[in-house]
Design a protein around this ligand. Structure first.
Ligand SMILES: [Zn+2]
Length: 366
């Protein structure tokens, strides 16, 4: 799949946080549309952002394969994607609904919201009996302990979300990080599936990824894959370290840096890239600095990990040739004897989080 068609198949905005869904133009038509007729009264009390606009698209995009039916949730800072996966592995009833506002008692309210969404899905499809639940959130996640260690978007700190969700659903719950899960889904179902040694990088508001070694995710106890916070310079990063990649190379950083330097407002990184193409010197410098920084990080990965493929997803991957052709050329210029990985656009993109969430749920049953 090309980057262009990948873009068409997803709703992610160029500046969206990785793993977070932002309704696309098509989906916006459904916004504010009131109740979902398919969900009927079971959905009462859950305000709809989007009904089922992307459900068919998801079902066409990928199946997780035959196996136990599961419920899956992909929680972002603004909305929650929820779906039931049937025994064939197809998503049914996919919808996006608002994330509850952060504040007091957020863990309980968040779990109650996904509980209501799960109740609605089960009422809508009584013939599908889910055996497990997948639940992924942004921020710092201790997947082994089932704890959301910190999430500024969701206002969570040391929240035992897996335990709360298991109590709510009465089912085993797989709990994990949204971006890690999304890029893992690219390994399992998407663009990286033919490459047992590969790295998937999601470039959105931040940059994160996963590393697959001989077909097995290398997690480093949850610490691996923080490509966005690998130091390649000396500028300050909000994380407290210096020189982190995502400060110059994330989609969010590209637009933010341009706006800070020029005072102009831009519609995401894609507008900065367009301005660079049109001869804007500031845009050109910022875009080139982003490309050089990404090249440096991928070159380091190539030398140390030697992936056969690097899959790039998230909003910035929609830049297509402007990104991929440039990175290929710069990587080839920087390296010598190394095995240069193929650079390929992610295929699942906006759906990767919920597909990965469903796959994780299947795994807790294995
Ligand atoms: Zn950092």
């Amino acid at each position: 799949m090309t980057a262009a068609s990948d873009a068409a198949a997803t709703g992610a905005d160029a500046t969206s946080e990785p793993g977070r869904d932002v309704p696309d133009a098509e989906a916006r038509h459904a916004e504010g549309g009131g109740s979902d007729p398919q969900l009927g009264t079971a959905a009462a009390g859950i305000p709809d952002v989007v009904t089922d606009a992307s459900g068919e698209r998801l079902a066409r995009a990928a199946s997780i394969g035959a196996g136990a039916p599961v419920l899956a949730f992909d929680v972002g800072g603004t909305d929650i994607k929820s779906a039931l996966f049937d025994a064939e592995g197809n998503a049914v009833g996919l919808r996006r609904t608002p994330t509850p506002d952060a504040g007091d008692d957020m863990p309980a309210r968040l779990v109650e919201r996904i509980g209501e969404l799960g109740d609605a899905l089960r009422a809508q499809h009584p013939d599908i009996e889910p055996q497990a639940v997948g639940f992924v959130v942004p921020g710092i996640v201790d997947a082994d302990a089932g704890i959301a260690v910190f999430s500024s978007n969701l206002g969570l700190r040391n929240a035992p979300l897996r335990m709360l969700a298991e109590q709510r659903f009465g089912l085993p719950v797989a709990f994990d990080h949204d971006v890690g899960t999304a890029s893992w889904a690219e390994h399992m179902l998407g663009a990286a599936r033919d490459y047992p040694n590969s790295v998937a990088i999601i470039i959105g508001t931040g940059i994160a990824g996963t590393i697959l070694v001989d077909g097995v995710p290398y997690t480093g106890g949850g610490y691996a894959g923080e490509i966005g916070h690998s130091p390649i310079g000396d500028w300050p990063c909000p994380c407290g370290a210096r020189g982190c990649l995502e400060v110059v190379a994330s989609a969010g950083a590209i637009s933010r840096r341009y706006e800070e330097e020029t005072g102009a407002e831009v519609d995401g990184a894609k507008e900065v890239i367009a301005r660079a193409d049109a001869g804007d010197a500031v845009a050109d410098r910022i875009w080139n600095e982003a490309l050089d920084a990404l090249t440096m990080s991928i070159a380091q990965l190539t030398a140390v990990v030697a992936p056969e493929a690097v899959v790039i997803g998230g909003g910035l991957s929609r830049a297509g040739g402007a990104l991929f052709d440039e990175l290929r050329a710069r990587l080839a210029a920087r390296l010598s004897f190394h095995r240069i990985p193929v650079l390929i656009p992610a295929e699942l993109s906006g759906n990767a989080g919920i597909l990965g969430s469903a796959l994780r749920a299947r795994r807790v049953l294995a």
